[in-house]
Design a protein around this ligand. Sequence first.
Ligand SMILES: [Zn+2]
Length: 98
Amino acid sequence: MLNYEAALQVLANQNLPGWQKLITRFYDQLPPSVEVEALYQKWGGLHIDIYPDHPEVARLIDQLEQESRSLCERCGELAKEVQKNGGTHTLCDFHANL
Ligand SMILES: [Zn+2]
């Protein structure tokens, strides 16, 4: 299980610090009965696995995934989907061209 501190560490380790504000908002609304099992970037979007299933939290995760697709995963600026280093990423112009 990932608490908020551990979740931020995972974001840092995966080089996704631009999405920190999404994670902060998620944990602010997370009911105590729901645990976070994993979070990761997939096809350019933020994915969060929870246990047990919870329809309202699942809707919140969908919203955050949509939002993450327009926010740079590195810095949180406005971004778009980019193919880079053999993967799909969501990056601002600056980070796309690094
Ligand atoms: Zn950026």
